[in-house]
Design a binder for this molecule. Structure first.
Ligand code: URA
Length: 210
């Protein structure tokens, strides 16, 4: 598995405002979107393209276009939705699927409670969006779900991650092609499984507590 921790000062600057508990909800939403666009640039470094011939006003030349099947963006409900616009802004022709993951309170295992994805993901590059890589349980389950559907290349994009979360994804990835892109790698988890220093509950800060 390839892990990329973005080291750009603009990302760190935006993350600092995002982490601040005084940052109001509209600013928080906007920053998640902006951060996502910056992370998407890094995450799509190996997006599949094919050559295409075009004519400029001056001459014929060769460029590239995204290969078919087009990339699939999969925000994990609910907090991943806050990242969707930022990603679509950079890759407007990508398709979008949805996965809802929640912890089963009896088994404590992550389960899929909602799914809207193509029946087969054969040959697809998938980009999974989940802002907080904490224990990694639900993201690992989401990645396995996509491989079980036939995906052969999965990139997960998270605003913040922890060493524990990275290890959980590494284990889930095995020898399959997984790339993990993080805005920052934080210290770890507190006893309530919140990322430290983190930014609190991303879903609540995006959408309130309803
Ligand atoms: N999910 C969040 O929203 N925040 C955390 O710190 C951990 C998981």
């Amino acid at each position: 598995m390839r892990v990329v921790v973005a080291g750009h000062p603009l990302i760190t600057h935006k993350l600092t405002v995002l982490r601040d508990e005084r940052t109001p909800q509209p600013t928080f939403r906007l920053l998640i979107e902006e951060l996502m666009t910056l992370l998407a640039y890094e995450a799509t470094r190996e997006v599949r393209v094919e050559p295409v011939e075009i004519t400029t006003p001056v001459t014929r030349t060769t460029g590239v276009r995204l290969s078919e099947p087009l990339p699939l963006i999969v925000p994990i409900l609910r907090a991943g939705l806050g990242m969707l616009e930022g990603m679509v802004k950079l890759v407007p022709t990508a398709e979008v699927g949805f996965l809802g993951m929640a912890r089963n309170e009896e088994t404590l295992q992550p389960t899929t409670y909602a799914e809207r994805l193509p029946e087969s993901l054969a040959g697809r590059q998938c980009f999974v969006l989940d802002p907080m890589l904490a224990t990694g349980g639900s993201l690992a389950a989401a990645i396995k779900f996509l491989f079980d559907r036939g995906a052969d290349d999965v990139t997960a994009i998270c605003v913040l991650g922890t060493p524990e979360g990275v290890e959980a994804i590494r284990e889930a990835a095995g020898d399959r092609k997984v790339t993990l892109v993080l805005g920052a790698l934080d210290e770890g988890l507190n006893d309530r499984a919140y990322i430290v220093p983190g930014l609190g509950d991303a879903g609540d800060r995006l959408y309130g507590t309803a």
